[in-house]
Design a protein around this ligand. Structure first.
Ligand code: PLP
Length: 444
């Protein structure tokens, strides 16, 4: 019996024993193609020799040094790399150990910015429905996944909420993409006015929303409109790219494809590619300068911030991505994956939508394609798909979306950037077989 508190308190998962490239092998010797990169983490695949070498070297020389006393070459070089490759004035970086910590850091930084710029009455945020920003209390508060929030709601700060940008779900039949986008931006503006701009610290959104809805890209012009409204009303624009960032969508930051630069950006998963737990917050000069010229400190900190070993691993991951031109590979393989998903799955009876950006793809399943009615959550269709795929040696990341009543079960596909087209064929073909079988069962 396992003494670990696993995600399911009733079932212990298989024991992962080793991993190489896109494959993970369990203790029984069974191999799984890691087509979800865990949870969109393993961007380089497993066991990359350059990352392992960098890790070994760092551990041999300096595994850890507390930031209360020291900085380290590894952390400084990683910060240099992130600033050099970021657009606009995102010139400062705060390192943490994961995505939720990055979001908490972003929220506190944004609040301190308001205090230091003489706006202490700004105490709340605007978040979006069907969003996910992490499982700590601040991150859960700005997130809009009701299933995750429900029992903790009494512990969460009040946050104003606007619709997600999800054209498949919410665009009206007679609405153009542009009209839909304008409707969303009008809603955001109205929410700012209703809440009172003087009370709002910032607007928080995933650029391509991941865990709650399954790789839903924004409509054209949506984030440009968000940027304008944030500037007009003095709100900070915080982009949560913990899942969709660091190359996953084919550009280093997903927002680059929307021609905007946020004030604060959170990244994590693909930053260290799973070799070490690490996240980061990229911060604009606009936000940092008042703190530098004001109190001179950011009132925050964790024991493992700027961890040298984690930084060395992430630096190696990012250097390999740059050296091997993997972003262009993501664009090519991503186009192929999206094409194949569309060609093979979109015509199936219960596939409502296939979508994505780069190697970040989603498939949404619905009971009725015309009305987009979701399957009854009691079927736990997403869980059945996950198990059936695992049986066939395939890791995908399915989630049940029906708890919010506004989306169907969906499957997230986020393979390592090194994946081969033949392996993508295996992913699509296996998924197709599993979807046909499991949706037929759920439909009765
Ligand atoms: N933000 C987004 C957009 C995420 O997708 C996630 C995790 O899936 C998080 C934050 C939380 O990251 P972590 O699980 O590393 O705390």
């Amino acid at each position: 019996m396992s003494h670990i508190i696993h995600r399911s308190l009733k079932v212990t998962p298989p024991v992962a024993a080793s991993a190489q490239g896109v494959w993970i092998t369990d203790r029984s010797g069974k191999r799984y193609l890691d087509a979800s990169g865990g949870a969109a983490v393993s961007c380089l695949g497993h066991g990359h020799p350059d990352v392992l070498a960098a890790l070994h070297q760092q551990i041999d020389t300096l595994a850890y040094a507390h930031t209360g006393f020291f900085t380290s070459d590894a952390a400084e070089q990683l910060a240099d790399q992130l600033v050099r490759t970021a657009p606009g004035d995102l010139n400062s970086v705060y390192f943490v150990s994961g995505g939720s910590e990055a979001v908490e850091t972003a929220l506190k930084l944004a609040r301190q910015y308001c205090v230091e710029t003489g706006q202490p009455e700004k105490t709340t945020f605007i978040g979006r429905r069907q969003s996910y920003h992490g499982n700590t209390l601040g991150a859960l508060a700005v997130g809009g996944n009701e299933w995750r929030r429900k029992q903790f709601a009494p512990l969460l700060m009040d946050v104003a909420r606007v619709s997600a940008c999800n054209a498949y779900r919410d665009r009206l039949p007679d609405e153009s993409e542009q009209q839909y986008t304008e409707r969303l931006l009008n809603e955001l503006e109205q929410t700012i006015l209703d809440t009172g701009a003087e009370k709002i610290i910032g607007f928080v959104a995933e650029t391509v929303s991941g865990a709650t809805t399954g790789a839903v890209p924004p409509t054209r012009g949506y984030f440009a409109g968000v940027r304008k409204l944030c500037d007009k009303y003095g709100l900070l624009y915080i982009a949560d790219e913990v899942m969709c960032g660091m190359g996953r969508t084919g550009t280093l930051h997903a927002f680059e494809q929307d021609d905007v630069v946020p004030d604060i950006v959170t990244v994590a998963k693909g930053l260290g590619g799973g070799y070490q737990p690490i996240g980061a917050v990229l911060v604009s000069d606009k936000v940092m300068e008042p703190l530098r010229n004001g109190s001179g400190m950011f009132q925050h900190g964790h024991t493992y911030i700027c961890h040298p070993t984690a930084a060395a691993a992430a630096l190696a991951v990012q250097q390999v991505i740059e050296r091997d031109n993997l972003l262009s590979r993501v664009q090519h393989q991503g186009n192929y994956l999206l094409q194949q998903l569309h060609a093979e799955l979109a015509g199936l009876d219960f596939v409502g939508d296939t979508r994505g950006r780069g190697l970040f793809a989603g498939v949404e399943l619905v009971r009725d394609k015309t009305t987009k009615t979701a399957f009854d959550p009691a079927h736990k269709l997403h869980a059945a798909i996950k198990s059936a795929c695992l049986e066939k040696g395939l890791m995908v990341y399915p989630m049940g979306g029906t708890i919010d009543g506004q989306q169907g079960d969906h499957i997230l596909i986020a393979p390592p950037f090194i994946i081969e087209p033949s392996q993508l064929d295996f992913v699509v073909e296996t998924l197709k077989q599993v979807i046909i079988r499991e949706t037929a069962k759920a439909a009765g």
